[in-house]
Design a protein around this ligand. Sequence first.
Ligand code: DX5
Ligand code: ZN
Length: 219
Amino acid sequence: MHSSHQIILAPSILAGDHADLKSSLKEIEAAGLRWVHLDIMDGHFVPNLTFGPQTIKAMRSASTLFFDVHLMLDNPDKFVDAFIDAGAEQVTIHVEPDYPVAATLQHIRERGCKCGVVLNPDTPAEAAKPYLEACDIVLLMTVQPGFGGQSFREDVLPKMETLAQWRGELGLSYRLEVDGGVDLKTASACTSRGVDTLVAGTAFFKAADRKAFSAAVTA
Ligand code: DX5
Ligand code: ZN
């Protein structure tokens, strides 16, 4: 079943121009979109590195987009303040590493920032259940995190249905976001299962007509 939320497309700037992030932000704005998805990687939780709070701070002064910051870090609790201070408006944290997830969600909220948990493709839905009431958003990875341009994992589709069902049953209103291998075809498979927030890196930045792609995905 479809979500009650309006469908949002949040392009992942990982697929943007890392020598000119400002222009990639402008391309997202030019496509008429409001969110940018910012992938933060530490080289430990995922086998890749991206950028830190200083880069986010620089992008913050160059854009009015909503900063959806995805922390792929072994110890996100140690970094949430730095990213919120830098301009993050939403911070999502993985449930897989060993740190105080609930306390970190609460701290993000206390800072006036939206919060959510992230599940890797092989992490069962049950791992998110203890935190759902504290979440503004739940992010389901449809690729193993670390790199853009991977293929969408259809085995995550049932997990979307489960999270959408729990949202209704528990009377909650978290957004349901997916991330990895999202394109025109896979997006509709997600939104028909209650997903309302789509991260697309490659498909957005490689689209011939980004505005048309964005309109089609969020229709
Ligand atoms: C992967 C990141 C995703 C990635 C999506 O670790 O979390 O946001 O950038 O990229 P595409 O859309 O290219 O699969
Ligand atoms: Zn991401």
